[in-house]
Design a protein around this ligand. Structure first.
Ligand code: NI
Length: 210
């Protein structure tokens, strides 16, 4: 590849500036995001075309390192989202909390996880503050963009950073609640909008067999 050295002629300045802006745009879109489209990943999950889940190494909302292996022996409810999400994430997190409440004592055998797709803004401290308005059993997970990306890819989660008009950004993402077995195997998913009763019922059926 040839290295292009920008000239210093007056006319070049605008061009260099334009290229810099363009390069900036490219860098933004090259931030970790799903390697595949929302439609493709939705298809993969809905039809169970590929294995879902697997090892992850993240940091919880107290700042402690966590891997998937830490949760063996418990069912997992795994949700990927971000704290600045205006409505879907809060609704789904509330649903997970209500499902746990319905399970009563059996909920002790279930660990709900909220994995952020926006690790730049969702630090452990920020997750801790955010999750305090949800169920006390909810554990928030964050990490390096690369670690979060790896976890999202393993769960076939779609996510992408989208710039907003005010110069800020939001994160488009799929919103499945995954149910994982006590041995870490994938059991199934609850689509967005699943009522807490449905989740509690399915979880208690699995618990009876675990
Ligand atoms: Ni969301």
């Amino acid at each position: 590849m040839k290295t292009w050295v920008p000239g210093t002629r007056p006319g070049m300045t605008a061009l260099v500036t334009a290229l810099a802006i363009l390069a900036g745009g490219v860098t933004t879109s090259a931030q970790p995001a799903s390697s595949r489209s929302a439609a493709e990943l939705m298809d993969v999950v809905m039809w169970g075309r590929e294995p879902i889940g697997g090892p992850f190494a993240l940091t919880d909302h107290t700042g402690a390192p966590r891997t998937d292996a830490d949760f063996r022996g418990k069912l997992l409810l795994v949700y990927f989202g971000f704290t600045y999400c205006p409505d879907i994430c809060p609704t789904d997190l509330q649903t997970m909390g209500l499902a746990l409440d319905r399970l009563g004592e059996a909920a002790d055998r279930v660990q709900p996880l909220f994995v952020t797709l926006d690790p730049e803004r969702d630090t452990s401290e920020h997750l801790a503050r955010y999750l305090s308005s949800f169920h006390p059993r909810l554990l928030g997970l964050t990490g390096t963009p690369a670690a979060v990306h790896a976890a999202a890819e393993a769960y076939r989660v779609y996510y992408a950073k989208v710039s907003t008009k005010d110069g800020d950004y939001t994160v488009d993402h799929s919103g499945f609640i995954y149910l994982m077995g006590a041995d870490g195997r994938y059991i199934g998913f609850f689509p967005p909008g699943s009522p807490p009763e449905t989740i509690a019922k399915a979880v208690s059926q699995v618990l009876a067999k675990e």
